[in-house]
Design a protein around this ligand. Structure first.
Ligand SMILES: *Cc1c(COP(=O)(O)O)cnc(C)c1O
Length: 366
């Protein structure tokens, strides 16, 4: 049996008629930059995440860059995050002229360990970026309490966590702003790059709207900031709106797949994903196990036709471009050991239960 890690064609096939007509409608409308579709998507996503505003842009990476800039993060500022994330999180900090400061992760959830935060705060700390890794919301009550007591802003990197809730509150509704990614393989994926900043803060909203179009003021060709060109294409807006109607069903399906894995892996050497007691709804962007013989397991799964991947194989603090930050191997033990042991298994909605059972049994028998 073949169990692909990613299969975007079957997702397209399910919605082919609606997607085709949505795209053709945009093509024949002649409106290719943000218009009805993008504006409606911004409202629909904001409403789903229980926030006021959405600012659609070109990618999740751009959303991070623009969001941080709108929060006035720049040279001389420090931004705390973890070294166990996609590189975009720290690119955005650095490209705004600020300095990433790392804290280690919790070995069970892989999210930021809030007990390490206080020690990382200096008088230069202006923001914290928790990543809701693999879809599960970080320990936001603790993180917000610490941030608020030090007057530090929180931007949630919710790229992997659309649709996720913790103690009933949506991802993206905790900090001053949050960013989403609609990269094709995310739970809600465009047909190319797309992303969004979401926020309750009117000032951040207005700044982001201006920054995504070169920092243009309300008057055309007058500029109030050095900005970006980062509009979301109307075609992507139309595609995302069609898929958004299916997001909950697809996320539910991922959860059913996770339950199959959980049951079959119960007595195996694989450590199942830890779900925090405060997590209300985990959309399983990834189903990530830990295994002491991860590389051998990976080879075994490959032999059996089961797709899998390592997110992430090398921590950010030991990657060559970031050596100048001054960190060394050994600085973040939990991140480093996670990088050696994690393995993400196929979990996308369009797999059958039989495929997931087969994949789980291949892991269990190893
Ligand atoms: C995917 C991702 C991003 C970047 O999103 P893009 O749309 O690919 O630019 C940022 N942070 C995290 C944690 C991600 O998983």
């Amino acid at each position: 049996m073949n169990v692909p890690l990613v299969d975007l064609v079957s997702q397209y096939q399910e919605l082919k008629e609606d997607l085709d007509s949505a795209v053709l409608e945009v093509l024949s409308s002649g409106r290719y930059t943000p218009a009805n579709e993008v504006h409606s998507l911004e409202q629909e996503i904001a409403a789903m995440c229980s926030v006021e505003y959405g600012i659609a842009c070109n990618s999740g990476t751009d959303a991070l860059k623009i969001g941080l800039q709108a929060m006035d993060i720049g040279p001389g500022d420090e931004v705390i995050t973890t070294p166990f994330t996609f590189v975009a999180t720290i690119e955005a900090i650095i490209q705004n002229g600020a300095k990433p400061v790392f804290v280690d992760i919790d070995p069970q959830s892989f999210n930021m360990n809030p007990y390490l935060l206080e020690a990382a705060i200096t008088d230069k700390t202006r923001a914290i970026i928790p990543i809701h890794i693999f879809g599960q919301i970080a320990e936001m009550e603790k993180i917000m309490a610490i941030a608020n007591s030090h007057n530090i802003l929180v931007l949630e990197d919710a790229a992997q966590a659309i649709g996720s809730t913790r103690n009933g509150l949506s991802s993206g509704a905790w900090g001053i702003a949050a960013t989403l990614s609609f990269f094709p393989t995310k739970n809600l994926g465009a047909a190319g790059d797309a992303g969004m900043v979401i926020t309750n803060d009117k000032q951040v909203f207005e700044k982001c709207m201006s920054l995504r179009v070169h920092g243009m003021a309300k008057t055309p060709y007058l500029y109030e900031d050095i900005g970006h060109t980062s509009r979301m294409d109307e075609v992507q807006g139309a595609i995302l709106r069609v898929k958004l109607r299916k997001l909950r069903t697809w996320n539910d399906k991922r959860r059913q797949h996770a339950a199959i894995y959980d049951a079959i892996l119960d007595d195996s050497d694989a450590q199942k994903p830890y779900v925090d007691a405060e997590t209300s709804y985990h959309p399983y962007h990834q189903y990530t196990i830990r295994h002491p013989k991860r590389d051998d397991l990976m080879a075994h799964l490959k032999d059996k036709g089961v797709g899998c991947a390592i997110y992430y194989p090398v921590p950010l603090h030991t990657q060559p471009p970031y050596a100048y930050l001054g960190y060394n191997e050994g600085d973040f033990e939990e991140t480093e050991s996670a990088c050696e042991e994690v393995l993400s298994l196929p979990i996308q909605a369009h797999l059958t239960s039989e495929q997931v059972e087969y994949a789980a049994k291949c892991v269990a028998e190893f």
